[in-house]
Design a protein around this ligand. Structure first.
Ligand SMILES: [Zn+2]
Length: 134
């Protein structure tokens, strides 16, 4: 008889706990809805920022590419003038002792070979040409 009462009370306790859990379950499920909405929203924001970043990257790559191309064209044109000594400029600059320096380097205006920052009367002149011709 006491065994029956014990089994009955254990079953009752189990059913009470089950009833409580069953009552809480919907709240637990619907409670995640807010968090899911937030997650979807921030995921959209992340994708938007990534797209923006990818766009910026493409732009800067394009700019860089055209800059590199301009530099290569510059080099080709410089090479075309190789071994063409600007005699006219030598005559013009002969005797001028004032030498300046520019932060921006450019090909020598006389030999068109090496890049130099040395300037004589607004013309780029490399040290070689200065020693050799002026
Ligand atoms: Zn030179």
């Amino acid at each position: 008889m006491s065994g029956f009462i014990l089994a009955n009370s254990v079953l009752t306790v189990f059913l009470v706990i089950l009833a409580i859990l069953w009552f809480i379950l919907p709240f637990a499920i619907f409670g995640t809805k807010k968090k899911l909405d937030l997650l979807i929203e921030s995921s959209g924001e992340t994708n938007r920022l990534l797209a923006k970043l990818a766009g910026e990257n493409t732009e800067s790559t394009t700019t860089l590419t055209s800059e590199v191309q301009a530099e290569q064209i510059d080099e080709v044109e410089t090479k075309k003038n190789d071994n063409e000594i600007n005699l006219e400029l030598i005559e013009q600059l002969k005797g001028i002792k004032a030498v300046g320096f520019n932060k921006k380097f450019s090909a020598c205006d006389i030999c068109h070979l090496g890049k130099t920052g040395q300037i004589i009367s607004n013309h780029y002149v490399c040290s070689n040409c200065k020693t050799k011709y002026l």
